[in-house]
Each structure stands twice: as structure tokens, then as C-alpha cells.
Design a protein. Structure first.
Length: 277
């Protein structure tokens, strides 16, 4: 009898212990479930850029028409070329920079035109002039075998420049082999309020080490081509006259002609709507 009672007591003790342990675990589980897990910090909402809806719609239609025309031009059986044109005078740097001083009104006129034509750049308060951002209109292509990102409106112009170089610059004193090029940038390299055309995707630099900017900040003026005696700006660059002329036929401005003597730099200052015939 005593053995039987002891056995029953033992079973009850084990049962009570199991219930206690289960209860403890259950409470712990409940505690864990009720403790809020720290959520990852929410990313701040992206600022919505205010672009006029009418301008946006106009941009969409014009872009679609341009894309269609460009596709037909590139797909033509025979090379159709581009129109020759000169830079617009009010876009040339010397029209808004005099004696190293920025002329605000003239500069603003040039900036406004570029924003209306090529898009706005975040951080420069140009949205009111544009239907889209420059970054929405960037294309990747190859120029003389080298990759470059530029504004899509310039693609046919660079194709025509390359075609002309290959056709015309064949003599030894006309040849040049580019090893590095740059187009679109996202940071402004100019000072004093001036905005680089690289930000609009309409400028190209060719071989910065071989074609210096003699009027720029140090160390550029110490470049051998800048320090030597020269009768003309063409002696301060490794680029050939044939290459420079080829760019200038299609609305590009060579900044070697500027007081900066930036011989690596070409910027399209013509009318992009007149590039394609």
C-alpha cells in the first residue's frame, strides 16, 4: 500500500513539475511575442521634384518624336550625315565671363536655355524651366571606340564627328588616337556660380593628361605644353587640327579658344534640333 501511495505521489510530483515548467516556457514565449521588435529605420521619402505638368507632357511628345527620327536616321541604308552649324554666341563662355568675372544676367540666360533644352540638374533650382531631369535623358555610346555617357540629343552629333574624323583625318599630321574620354558628370567643377556643361551631358573631355587646361587651377599651368613657348593654342594640345575642326563643324565649341585654354574640352553649343537632317 505504501509503495502504491509513493508511486502515486511521485507521478503527481512529476506532473506538477511538468506543468510548472510548461507554464514558465509559455510565459517566456508570450513575453517574447509581446516585446516589440525594433523595426529598421524607415528611409526618408524621396523629395518629389515639382515639374510643370504641361512642360512634362510637351517633353514626352518631343522626346518620342526625336527617338523615332533618330531610329530612322541610324537605320538608313546610306549614311545621311548631320547638318553643319555654329555655336550659339550667347552660350559661348566668353559671352558671360569677362575678365574672370561672371556676368549674372548673361549667365542666367545661358543656363535657362540649357535647362529648357536638356533638362534640370538637381540642386540648381532649374526645375521650373524643364520637363525632365538630365539624368532621364542619358545614353551610353562609344566614340572612337571608347565608352561615354552623354545627353541622348548629342548622340547623332558625335556619330557625325567620328565619321568625319575617320574620313578626313588620315594623314600623319592629322591622325590622333584617343585613349580616354569623359562626358556626363554629376558634380560641378566650376567655381563662382558657373555651371559646367558636363552636368548637362553636353561636354566631352579627351585625354586630360595630353590636352591640358592651361588657364585652370594648379597644377594645370605646370604642364609642359602650357609652359613652352607657343605661337597658337594648337601648340598647347596633342589633338590635331583635323580633330578640332571635325568637332566644330557640328556645333561643338572647343574651349581651347577660351581664356581657360582648356584644350581637352568640347561642348555642344549649337541647336540640337538641327543636328539631324
Amino acid at each position: 500500500m505504501s509503495h502504491r501511495l509513493l508511486r502515486i505521489a511521485s507521478i503527481l510530483a512529476v506532473s506538477l513539475l511538468s506543468i510548472a515548467v510548461f507554464g514558465t516556457l509559455a510565459r517566456a514565449a508570450d513575453d517574447d511575442a509581446e516585446t516589440p521588435v525594433e523595426a529598421p529605420a524607415a528611409k526618408p521619402p524621396r523629395a518629389k521634384t515639382k515639374v510643370d505638368s504641361a512642360r512634362r507632357e510637351k517633353w514626352k511628345k518631343e522626346r518620342a518624336a526625336f527617338k523615332k527620327k533618330l531610329k530612322a536616321w541610324k537605320g538608313a541604308k546610306k549614311y545621311r550625315g548631320c547638318r553643319y552649324q555654329s555655336p550659339k554666341s550667347f552660350l559661348v563662355r566668353s559671352s558671360f565671363v569677362k575678365n574672370d568675372q561672371l556676368r549674372p544676367k548673361a549667365h542666367q540666360r545661358a543656363v535657362k536655355y540649357r535647362a529648357e533644352t536638356y533638362g534640370y540638374i538637381p540642386g540648381f533650382h532649374l526645375e521650373k524651366y524643364a520637363g525632365a531631369a538630365v539624368t532621364e535623358q542619358v545614353t551610353s555610346m562609344r566614340f572612337m571606340g571608347l565608352p561615354i555617357q552623354i545627353h541622348e540629343k548629342l548622340e547623332p552629333a558625335l556619330i557625325c564627328v567620328e565619321h568625319r574624323i575617320k574620313q578626313n583625318c588620315k594623314d600623319d599630321d592629322e591622325k590622333y588616337t584617343a585613349k580616354g574620354i569623359g562626358g556626363l558628370r554629376v558634380s560641378n567643377t566650376y567655381r563662382g556660380g558657373e555651371i559646367s556643361n558636363h552636368l548637362f551631358g553636353i561636354a566631352i573631355d579627351i585625354d586630360t593628361g595630353r590636352n591640358p587646361c592651361c588657364g585652370c587651377v594648379d597644377p594645370w599651368p605646370d604642364h609642359p605644353l602650357c609652359k613652352k613657348k607657343a605661337k597658337s593654342i594648337y601648340e598647347r594640345t596633342s589633338l590635331t587640327r583635323c580633330w578640332i575642326d571635325s568637332f566644330e563643324k557640328y556645333g561643338f565649341y572647343w574651349l581651347g579658344r577660351d581664356t581657360l585654354m582648356d584644350t581637352m574640352h568640347f561642348e555642344f553649343l549649337g541647336d540640337p534640333d538641327r543636328i539631324l537632317p
